[in-house]
Write a protein that binds this ligand. Structure first.
Ligand code: FAD
Length: 403
């Protein structure tokens, strides 16, 4: 194996150019720290994944000049709701109550691909050559002075060196696996499906918000309105195999349960995915730090995975910038403690509760939950607290305050 850059030691290597790796890269570069980002894919992943950016995340992204760009590419949803689809009973949450605490009092609905593309463009402009596509990390090693990555770049095996390494390489992280760390948790028994369609549901259903969770007869579904499409999510029948769940007839039938006679619906995207709840045992091993999905997975219910990962990236780079400048290396242990706590105490717990609530089948329990939400909305203090929690504002502050 050829060692192409034995001399190029003084930098941070980031594995993975998803939202987390790129946000971390931009922050480091802005602080004058050289980075190289290895991305296995040939271009940013196009499949629809995250669409919800919570207020504190957009506030953080403002610092990088990304917040307003994403607002322009997305659709802010100031209100979001839970509802009984057939009867119209509903509980509507208004993020306007947080207007004094955030510059973005809404759930921004914007495809995560936009964040990846915009951040990649900025990185390329600010440090040309730092972002390498078709660059797959195969193995990572470390010693007291630095880190070494064996990689395959454009089909050629090579070795890269750096002072620190951030593993932001997603759920199947090679970095996490290479460290031999446990990734305990569970995979939920049912898969979920995300459909993207430009169909104008808002012209057919009264009182839609930008974000909607509906309980309907025999099923439940969510509807999110991005700039380009409605994203409709649900769990297919458990007795259906993947091909049947993705068959056009089946998808058309599901959408026709939302708007009868609305079809045929144009389908931009249909993606089946498994849902996991897992947490790495620790987020730092020596000179290697884990962040985002590489470290923790949760149900997308509530929109926390990417948001929590971006919060990891900010927390980690705050500390790494100080350590790079001569600060105490123990700061990186603090990163690992703070963000591990956020993932376990807040993000996983809340997303698990959301996941189960969305899939509640019993009408009585659905009604009871809905009444509880309506009572929360009618109580100024309670709704303020609920919205801070459900937008990860409190989680972010609690983690940052942890000693
Ligand atoms: C349907 C769906 C909806 C979702 N909705 C939301 C939402 O609304 N809000 C929210 O906050 N979260 C949501 N999530 C979760 C969110 O998509 C993830 O949490 C987010 O993508 C994590 O970002 P990341 O950068 O950590 O990892 P990824 O986005 O997975 O990026 C990792 C990158 O690393 C690359 N890579 C992997 N292995 C290697 C290697 N060996 N070498 C080099 N590169 C490598 C990959 O190609 C990839 O580009 C959703 C997820 C799904 C599936």
């Amino acid at each position: 194996m050829e060692d192409l850059d034995a001399a190029n030691h003084d930098r941070v290597i980031i594995v993975g150019a998803g939202p987390v790796g790129l946000v971390a890269a931009l922050r480091l570069v802005r602080a004058g720290i050289p980075v190289v980002v290895l991305e296995a894919a040939g271009e940013p992943h196009a499949e629809p994944r995250a669409s919800t950016f919570h207020p504190p995340t957009v506030d953080l992204l403002d610092e990088l000049g990304l917040g307003e760009r994403l607002v322009a590419l997305g659709r802010p949803a100031r209100t979001w709701q839970y509802g009984m689809f057939e009867t119209g009973e509903r509980a509507v949450f208004d993020l306007g109550v947080l207007a004094n605490e955030t510059n973005h009092p809404y759930r921004l609905q914007c495809e995560q691909l936009h964040l990846v593309k915009e951040a990649a463009k900025m990185l390329d402009a600010e440090l040309p050559g730092a972002l390498l596509f078709n660059a797959k990390a195969l193995r990572v090693r470390q010693d007291e002075d630095g880190v070494t990555v064996d990689a395959e770049i454009d089909g050629e095996k090579t070795t890269l060196h750096g002072r620190w390494l951030i593993g932001a390489d997603g759920a199947s992280s090679v970095v996490r696996k290479g460290l031999g760390l446990g990734f305990e948790g569970e995979t939920y028994p049912t898969v979920s499906i995300s459909i993207g369609t430009p169909f104008a549901f808002e012209e057919h259903i009264a009182d839609l918000c930008g974000v909607n969770y509906f309980w309907a007869n025999g099923w439940s579904f969510s509807m999110f309105h991005t700039k380009d499409m409605w994203r409709v999510g649900y769990s297919p029948s458990p007795d259906m195999d993947d091909a049947a769940a993705l068959a056009d007839d089946e998808i058309q039938g599901r959408l026709a349960r939302i708007v009868p006679n609305g079809g045929p619906f144009e389908i931009i995207t249909a993606r089946l995915y498994s849902v996991h709840r897992r947490l790495v045992e620790k987020m730092r091993v020596g000179r290697i730090l884990l962040a985002g999905d590489a470290a923790h997975l949760n149900s997308p219910s509530g929109g926390f995975g990417m948001n929590g990962g971006v919060h990891d990236a900010f927390n980690l780079t705050d500390k790494l910038i100080k350590v790079w400048g001569g600060g105490e290396d123990a700061l990186l242990d603090l990163y690992a403690r703070q963000r591990h706590h956020a993932a376990s105490a807040d993000i996983q717990k809340t997303s698990d509760a959301n996941h189960k609530r969305h899939r509640e089948k019993d009408h009585g329990r659905r009604l009871e939950t809905l009444k509880g939400m309506q009572a929360t909305i009618n109580d100024k203090k309670a709704v303020h607290k609920f919205l801070r929690e459900s937008s990860l504002m409190d989680s972010l502050e609690r983690a940052n305050a942890l000693a």
